[in-house]
Design a binder for this molecule. Sequence first.
Ligand code: PLP
Length: 341
Amino acid sequence: MPNHLDCNQLTFSLYPEPEKMFMYEQYYRDGEWQPGQIVPFHNIELSPAANILNYGQGIFEGMKAYRSVKGHIVLFRPERNAARFVRSAQKLAMAPVEEERFLQAVKETVLANEAFIPEDPEGRCSLYIRPVMIGTEPLLGVRPSKEYLFYIFTSPVGPYFPGVGVVRLVVLDVHRASPNGTGDAKAAANYPGTMRPKVEAKKQGFDDVLYLDAVHNFYVEEAGAANFFAYMKNGTLVTPQLGSILPGITRESIIQLAKDQLNIPVEERPVSIEEVVENAQECFLCGTGATITAISEIGWKGTVHNVNNNNFQLAHQLFDLLSGIQLQKIEDPYGWVHIVK
Ligand SMILES: Cc1ncc(COP(=O)(O)O)c(C=O)c1O
């Protein structure tokens, strides 16, 4: 296998020679989407006054293509990403991409980059797929763009959190999203505010920030790019309710797997940081990038709390179920896996 696809060497970063790969691009002009096409990966020309460069009208998605153990190239619940892309676009007053078009474009992009899909029966490596839409119209006043570019590029990737898939998180005095804001959209603008806190977390010896709600500064929301679960000592799996968090597709899948396959009661409700550090026997993050990543410790108000007294057992069980379905190792009772080829 060529080196660039060696799963032991892959990290969650952009492939160093993206110009060897292909991308999809489609423009929205004169009130309608123009025909889209697969083209070699290339730089984009934008006016310095483009909306995205000044007012940040941009959304994206994150998906993965896998080589399954049955030899297929597969996607996981891509229709959920298509639906979320529409909701994100609507939230930012952008022209939505019709779901069928989105799915077709994703499939075409994956097939064009087939040679870059790593093979990994452990589920750590895959071809990351990044659909993006940006407002391209040059303007000065703050208003929605009348022109958009929808594009998709890909990159072979390894794990989002390097190491053994266990992270230490810290609560800092900073919030990611507020009620009735854009936290539930996959808006590019939700992420720049998480960069300084992430740098600060690393300076303090942690891997990432655990964000609390902006009103009470007490209820757990999520990490910078992954949803949060706490398995309580009473045997209930708890995850923050939807609202200002991103409605993660991995989160949604884990809720269903825990209930159906493991008979674990799941509650979507406000869960305070105090409840987590006092009553959780296990905590983990989940997302397309993060897959399922166990949390060993959480720093809060100057104290580091051990939040794992269960040897990450549930995180491992859920990872085996989720990646088992994604890689066609076990039966997919939900029709979640889409075969591209
Ligand atoms: C802020 C945030 N929360 C949660 C997630 C997880 O969402 P999903 O499971 O759909 O990848 C992501 C993206 O991966 C994210 O950026």
